[in-house]
Design a protein around this ligand. Structure first.
Ligand code: ADP
Length: 766
């Protein structure tokens, strides 16, 4: 040791000992070698300390540092696992939502599809209304399902709001009509009030607004046992291009306790959380509604008193379409100063009707019951100014609307008075009773303003052949006249789908009309420049130029000519609001595909008969018949027609031959042509769908499936049309997870269809 240690060098070390009593003892030693003048070691000089305590502290510190490190590592692993679990939960949620939406949408699509098909058959007015309501309910249900899926989108800030024009009064009335049946069943009055100066044509997201209203009105009905539900809209302020509107839904229901009012807007929150809850529901509706209103820069508020009722209101600003005619014009109004009596026991209804009728410059007198009504009628007759019109509520205490009608009918002084019954949707026998009592018209509540106006106008001007809607027994079908002696017209048909083109042309030519067929809007525009037509049938979705653009170009041209060419839209979408879109775009009428010959002819007839600007019926202005592109008539009316096979009782038959034979009016040649056209065009459309799927391109899928659906509906091939509709909707929604499966379904159905058509062709040839 002395040899190796250099001079002056210090030596330090630590030693651990175990003492006799088995304790651990640490010693720190320091030593140095002391040398003589020649550098030889003399002795070692050193010192030792007991460092046991500090050593223990140091060890404890190290151990706790190691513990900490270990805990941090464990925590990191736990966090990673948690985020993995959250990811998995999110994925599970997303796929659950996707699956759920698919599962619900599939049967709903069936309901929508079947209802659409049923709507295109010949129906009584009542059946037509019921089916329309089913369809509109199913449509809104589909919307709600989409919106529930959107909930996560809203949370993620990914929801886009639409900014398109719509007719606000129609949106409100349609929403109320959708829920009218439910209100009726509970014996509730459902009324809709549109305040003065509310703009008619506004721009915004009508679908979202409708969803919010449906939710609020739906809740109001659900939580109200008796009384009424009132939907109102009022203008708070109006600027040049926009209006601030306040919507309110009030009920006389159970109300919500103060302390629970703020909670109900959170997801899955309900005022009554007990296990014995009386009312079902998810607690999601208000959460979605309040988020949607927030996206419209508004806020939902609630005013409620337990046991007395609630009012949910929200304020939003909507842009206006300034150039649209916003109200009935004072000078041309035929209803001006017309005395009208309104009999309704419900005060809110009376107030609303008074406001509507006054807005139309009529002179309403309001009474609450049958006795009062009779007194008012007699007094008016005595004064020599009897009421021109009486609007009666069907359900009233003591003397109901029908009893009142019976009384009125006994008084000869009132035989000129037109009676109109307002009845609830649930009372389907009312129509029959109205007819037998001589009531001129009935409308189902809640009243839609445009419907009321149309009906009143049609009753006061019965000569107008176009005004038949709303009368008892009148239906789109009953307004039809047969083609035998009617005048022949020159019709332009703009339609890119060959099967649709053939069907429409076949129907029209059979009535002796002349048809010029073109394949897109541009060609239609060219055609109207060089020829005079009595009417245009305009498909909406076409290549090059669609039906909307073509219509607006035609309307623009007419600004200088002063002429008005009737344009009828043909569309396979038949969605709520489409009709309004078409009318807003300057079209005069609307027929949905697959084409129902009677509806088509009735629509055309009602439009071509209508007087035009210079006072001449349009068909008198006809100048020439067409030449190029003229579809040769294939109809051989005198040839014996072999019977078409009957539809199998099985609702899933690939083709409904009964319906099909009605469509082609038993014309086998036309039918064979249609089948050929279908066989030619369908493989290309199928290929386009496949292409769309391979590129995950929803738009291509939607378009091709839409065209294919149209062709299939024309053949009354329900199951395959529905399969195509499903693909169309998947394409539109962009949710392509299940397109493959839907494509398989479509192909299977189309194979089945082909088999049926082959078999039929063979039978016919034999
Ligand atoms: P759901 O109706 O599906 O339960 P919502 O989110 O629409 O879900 O409503 C949440 C809760 O708010 C309801 O469960 C109910 O307790 C209360 N509520 C909503 N609207 C009304 C109303 N008009 N009257 C009384 N309570 C209401």
């Amino acid at each position: 040791f002395a040899k190796t240690c250099a001079a002056g060098m210090q030596f330090r070390s630590e030693y651990r000992f175990i003492s006799r009593d088995r304790r651990e003892v640490w010693v720190h030693g320091e030593a140095r070698v002391v040398r003589d003048e020649f550098g030889r070691p003399l002795f070692i000089q050193g010192i030792a300390f007991d460092i046991t305590e500090s050593k223990r502290a140091e060890q404890a510190l190290r151990r706790s540092a190691e513990d900490l490190e270990m805990k941090v590592a464990e925590r990191t692993v736990a966090l990673k696992e948690a985020s993995l679990r959250a990811d998995m939960a999110n994925q599970a949620r997303a796929s659950f939502l996707a699956n759920m939406s698919h599962e619900i949408r599939t049967p709903l699509n069936g309901i929508v599809g079947m209802t659409e098909l049923a709507l295109d058959t010949q129906l009584s007015y009542g059946q037509f209304e019921y089916l329309s309501t089913i369809k509109s309910c199913a449509d809104s249900l589909l919307n709600i399902i989409n919106d529930i899926l959107d909930f996560s989108k809203i949370e993620a800030g990914k929801l886009q709001m639409d900014h398109v024009g719509f007719h606000l009064p129609d949106l409100l009335s349609d929403t109320c009509k959708t829920l009218g049946f439910r209100a009726d069943q509970k014996g509730l009055e459902l009324a809709c009030r549109i305040g003065p100066n509310v703009p008619e044509y506004v721009i915004g997201d009508s679908g979202r607004l409708r969803q919010v209203l449906i939710n609020l009105v739906g809740n109001a009905i659900k939580f109200t046992k008796q009384g009424e539900v009132v939907v109102q809209v009022e203008v708070l302020s109006r600027a040049d291009n926009s209006a601030q509107l306040k919507f309110a839904v009030s009920d006389t229901g159970i109300g919500i306790p103060k302390e629970k009012q703020s909670r109900i807007f959170s997801a899955f929150e309900q005022a009554d959380t007990s296990t014995t809850r009386t009312y079902g529901g998810t607690g999601l509706g208000l959460a979605i509604a309040s988020k949607l209103v927030a996206l419209m820069d508004g806020k939902i508020e609630i005013a409620s008193e337990e046991g007395r009722g609630s009012t949910f209101s929200f304020i939003v600003r909507l842009d206006m379409e300034p150039e649209r005619e916003q109200n009935i014009s004072r000078s041309t109004n035929p209803l001006r100063n017309l005395p009208v009596l309104v009999v309704d026991d419900n005060q809110t209804n009376r107030r609303i009707l008074a406001e509507i009728l006054t807005n139309w410059y009529m002179q309403p007198t309001m009474v609450a019951g049958g006795q009062e009504a009779l007194t008012a009628l007699e007094q008016a007759a005595d004064r020599g100014r009897p009421f021109a019109l009486v609007l009666l509520d069907a359900q009233m205490p003591e003397m109901d609307g029908f009893m009142l009608v019976e009384h009125i009918k006994t008084d000869p002084r009132m035989k000129e008075t037109i009676l109109m019954m307002l009845s609830s949707a649930a009372q389907h026998s009312d129509a029959e009773r109205c007819r037998s009592l001589g009531v001129a018209a009935y409308l189902t509540k809640p009243i839609k303003q445009s419907e009321l106006l149309d009906t009143i106008l049609s009753l006061l001007h019965p000569a107008d052949p176009c005004a038949t809607q709303g009368k008892p027994g009148s239906s789109p079908a009953s307004a039809i006249t047969s083609g035998g002696t009617s005048p022949k017209w020159n019709i332009l048909l703009a339609e890119d789908n060959p099967v649709n083109q053939r069907v429409a042309a076949g129907i029209l030519e059979k009535r002796g009309h002349t048809v010029t067929a073109v394949e897109n809007g541009l060609e239609a525009l060219q055609a109207v420049k060089v020829q005079r037509f009595d009417l245009v049938l305009m498909d909406l979705q076409m290549p090059e130029m669609d039906g909307f653009a073509a219509t607006s170009a035609i309307r623009e041209m007419e600004e200088t000519s002063g002429r008005h060419l009737p344009i009828v839209a043909m569309t396979a979408r038949a969605m709520k609001g489409d009709r309004e879109c078409c009318l807003q775009a300057g079209m005069d009428g609307y027929v949905s595909k697959p084409i129902n010959p009677k509806v088509l002819l009735a629509t055309i007839e009602s439009l071509v008969c209508r007087p035009v600007m210079n006072g001449q019926p349009a068909h008198n202005q006809k100048i020439q018949t067409m030449n190029h592109n003229h579809i040769p008539a294939t109809v051989n009316a005198s040839a014996p027609v072999p019977a078409l096979p009957e539809t199998k009782a099985d609702a899933l038959a690939a083709v409904d031959f009964t319906e099909l034979s009605e469509r082609v009016e038993n014309d086998l040649t036309l039918l064979q042509e249609m089948i050929e056209l279908y066989l030619q065009s369908s493989p290309r459309l199928l290929m386009e769908i496949e292409l769309g799927i391979s590129k995950s391109d929803g738009l291509t899928i939607q378009r091709a499936a839409h065209a294919l659906k149209g062709a299939l509906q024309n053949l009354s091939a329900g199951p395959s049309a529905r399969a195509a509709l499903q693909l169309e909707q998947l394409g539109r929604s962009g949710e392509l997870d299940s397109v493959d499966q839907s494509l398989v379904e479509l192909k299977t159905e189309m194979d089945r269809l082909r088999f049926e058509l082959d078999r039929w062709s063979k039978e016919v040839c034999v």
